[in-house]
Design a protein around this ligand. Sequence first.
Ligand code: TMP
Length: 212
Amino acid sequence: METQGLKGWFISLEGGEGTGKSTQIAVLAEALSAQGLSVVVTREPGGSPKADLIRSLILDDRMVGLNSMAELMLYEASRAQHIAETIRPALESGKIVLCDRFADSSIVYQGGARGLGLKLVDEANRIATQGLEPDLTLFFDLDPLVGLERIGSRGVIDHMERERLEFHTMVYEGYKRLAQENLVRIKSIDASKTREEISEDILKIVLKKIKD
Ligand code: TMP
């Protein structure tokens, strides 16, 4: 069970807006807990008290139009703090960490869609994470138009979610490319299925990973 010198399992969930990650992370946590496994659910940006302060700064409406490099640095600052405060301690004590977004989000959003470049963001990720990578990443594969429609019907949207469809399409294409390039770590989930089917698919993949 040991990975990267740590006892636990680090699993990230990635995908565009409205793909159902938050719903599924809760279902997965409950299913794993029911099997007697110790689970920590967390998210980025944020995921610890101090990182959450950085999150509220990033998502503040007054930050619209923030310089892309400054934005990347805030995500990386949040990530470094999140790892120190939440992820690493949980992995060291053998827990399963389920993380809603991680470094792949920076690659796809800041590196691809915001145009900072994949190499630069990869390097920034490496500095912030000190090489910590998820053991498994679940990519929620859903047409961005469907995702945006789902968000629209939820009522409350933040400025990131209001970005034009073109941006979300770039995000989607970015994830698809990343998934193709990392076939071992990243597993694609057909997020157009029903909630129950998606939950089943995810649980199968996760149990296979942690029981193998
Ligand atoms: P959320 O919608 O999952 O709460 O995420 C908040 C927004 O932050 C979402 O639009 C994606 C964005 N994001 C990045 O642009 N880069 C990152 O590194 C992370 C973690 C999130």
